[in-house]
Design a protein around this ligand. Structure first.
Ligand SMILES: Cc1cc2nc3c(=O)[nH]c(=O)nc-3n(C[C@H](O)[C@H](O)[C@H](O)COP(=O)(O)O)c2cc1C
Ligand SMILES: C=C(O[C@@H]1CC(C(=O)O)=C[C@@H](OP(=O)(O)O)[C@H]1O)C(=O)O
Length: 388
C-alpha cells in the first residue's frame, strides 16, 4: 500500500491517492471526515481553521460503500482559495502588482530559504505553499483509510497530547486504552485532569499574548498488534524505523522515542528489557513494556507506544530576525495570522501517520487483495504464533 499527496496550502484543493487498499473494505466519506474534523480542533489554532471546513470527496476507488481494490482518490477543498485566487493562479503573471506581492523575506524555522535556494525560487511563496502543514490534512485522510483496515483485524490506534510546554498530562500506569481514546477527543485540549487542561490552555494563551508560540509532546498507542510485524532482515523493513522516519516527517516534529526512549541511557539493562513469559491462552507475553512494543524492528505483541516532540510554531507575532534576499538587508518578519500552538491538532496527525505505517507493514506481510483474505491470514498467523 502506498500514497501520494498533492496540493498547495492556498491552492484549490488537496489530493491524496491511496493505492493497494484491499477490495471489499467498507469505506465511506464519514469515516474520513471524522478524522479530518478532529485534526482541525484544539486550542491555539489561528484564524485559518475558522475558514476551512475539511470534508472529503471520494472520487475513485470506492463504489456503493466498498473499496474496489483500485486506487482511491480523496479530495479536500481549500475554502480559503477564494481569497487567494489571484495569488495562486496557474496563469502567467501579468501585472507589476503581482510581482510586488512576491515573497523575498524567508521566515526562520520554515522551509522558505532552503527551498528557495534549492529550487531557485526567488518568490518563496512557491516553497511555503507546499511546505505548509496544510498538507497534513491529506495525510490524515490516507491514515483514516489505514485505520479502517486496522479496525477489521482488531488493531486500534489513538493519539493524544502528552505535554504542552511545561504542563505534562497525567501519566497514570492504570490508564486504559479507553482513557487514551477519551484524551484524543480534543475539546479543545483533553487530558484526564481538568486542572491540567486549564494549565495547558493558559500556557497557550500566555504564549499568544506574548507574541510567542509553544510546542509539546504527542503520544500514540497501537493496541492489538501480534508479535513479528516488521522485519529484522533489512534496515528499511524495520517497522520502528519506518514509524520514526514518518513521525519526523510531520511538520515541526523534531524527535521521536519508543517506550522509555531516551531514559534508557540512564538505566541498567535489568531495568530496561521486557521479560518473556508464556501461557497457552495468550501465547508469549511480556511482564513490562518499557521498549514500547519493539525488538529487532518487529512488534513484540505489546502495545506500540511512541512519542513525538513538536517544536514551537516558527511564525511569531514577536518577529525573528532574517534577511531580505532582494536587498540582502536584515528585517524583522511580521505576520498576519498563525497558530500559536498546534500540538493538539498534531496528535491527530501523528495518530494517522503511525496508523498508516502499521497498516502498510501488515499489508506487506500478508496476502491482502481482499479484506477477507487479510482477515483470514491474520487469524491463522495469530493462532500459529500462540502455539509456537
Ligand atoms: C498541524 C500543524 C499546524 C501548523 N501550523 C503552523 C502555523 O500556523 N504557523 C507556522 O509558522 N507553522 C505551523 N506549523 C509548523 C510548520 O509547518 C513547520 O514548522 C514548517 O513547515 C517547517 O518544517 P520543520 O519545522 O519540520 O522544519 C504547523 C505544523 C503542524 C503539524
Ligand atoms: C492550514 C493549516 O495549517 C496552516 C499551517 C501553517 C504552516 O505554516 O504550516 C500555517 C497556517 O496557515 P495560514 O498561513 O494559511 O494561516 C496554518 O493555518 C491546516 O492545518 O489545515
Amino acid at each position: 500500500m502506498r500514497y501520494l499527496t498533492a496540493g498547495e496550502s492556498h491552492g484549490k484543493q488537496l489530493t491524496t491517492i491511496v493505492e493497494g487498499v484491499p477490495a471489499h473494505l467498507q469505506l465511506t466519506k464519514e469515516d474520513i471526515n471524522e478524522s479530518l474534523i478532529r485534526r482541525q480542533g484544539g486550542h491555539g489554532r489561528g484564524r485559518r481553521m475558522k475558514i476551512e471546513k475539511d470534508l472529503v470527496e471520494i472520487t475513485s476507488g470506492v463504489r456503493h460503500g466498498y473499496t474496489l481494490g483500485s486506487p482511491i482518490s480523496l479530495i479536500i477543498t481549500n475554502d480559503d482559495f477564494k481569497h487567494w485566487k489571484q495569488i495562486m493562479d496557474e496563469e502567467p503573471i501579468e501585472s507589476d502588482e503581482e510581482i510586488k506581492r512576491q515573497i523575498s523575506k524567508p521566515r526562520p524555522g520554515h522551509a522558505d530559504l532552503n527551498g528557495g535556494l534549492k529550487y531557485d525560487h526567488r518568490d518563496m511563496r512557491n516553497v511555503l505553499e507546499r511546505s505548509s502543514a496544510r498538507e497534513t490534512a491529506a495525510r490524515v485522510a490516507a491514515g483514516a483509510v489505514a485505520k479502517k483496515i486496522l479496525k477489521e483485524i482488531g488493531v486500534d490506534v489513538v493519539g493524544y497530547v502528552k505535554r504542552i510546554y511545561d504542563v505534562e498530562a497525567d501519566d497514570q500506569p492504570s490508564m486504559t486504552f479507553n482513557d487514551k481514546v477519551e484524551m484524543s477527543n480534543l475539546s479543545p485540549v483533553r487530558t484526564l485532569d481538568s486542572t491540567k487542561e486549564k494549565a495547558m490552555m493558559d500556557a497557550i494563551d500566555q504564549a499568544k499574548k506574548d507574541g510567542d508560540s509553544i510546542g509539546g509532546v504527542v503520544e500514540v498507542c497501537v493496541e492489538g498488534m501480534p508479535s513479528g510485524i516488521g522485519s529484522h532482515v533489512h534496515y528499511d523493513r524495520k517497522l520502528d524505523g519506518r514509524i520514526a522516519g514518518s513521525v519526523i516527517s510531520i511538520n515541526a516534529f523534531k524527535g521521536v522515542e519508543f517506550g522509555i526512549g531516551f531514559e534508557a541511557a540512564e538505566r541498567r539493562g535489568s531495568e530496561t528489557h521486557d521479560e518473556i513469559y508464556y501461557n497457552s491462552t495468550d501465547g508469549y507475553k511480556r511482564k513490562s513494556n518499557r521498549l514500547g512494543g519493539f525488538e529487532g524492528g518487529m512488534t513484540t505483541g505489546m502495545p506500540i507506544i511512541v512519542k513525538g516532540v513538536m517544536k514551537p510554531i516558527p511564525t511569531l507575532y514577536k518577529p525573528l530576525q532574517s534577511v531580505d534576499i532582494e536587498t540582502k538587508e536584515p528585517f524583522e518578519a511580521s505576520i498576519e495570522r498563525s497558530d500559536s500552538c498546534a500540538v493538539p491538532a498534531a496528535s491527530v496527525v501523528m495518530e494517522h501517520i503511525v496508523a498508516w505505517e502499521v497498516a502498510q507493514a501488515i499489508l506487506d506481510q500478508f496476502t491482502s487483495d481482499t479484506i477477507n483474505q487479510l482477515k483470514d491470514e491474520m487469524k491463522r498467523y495469530r493462532e500459529r504464533i500462540r502455539e509456537f
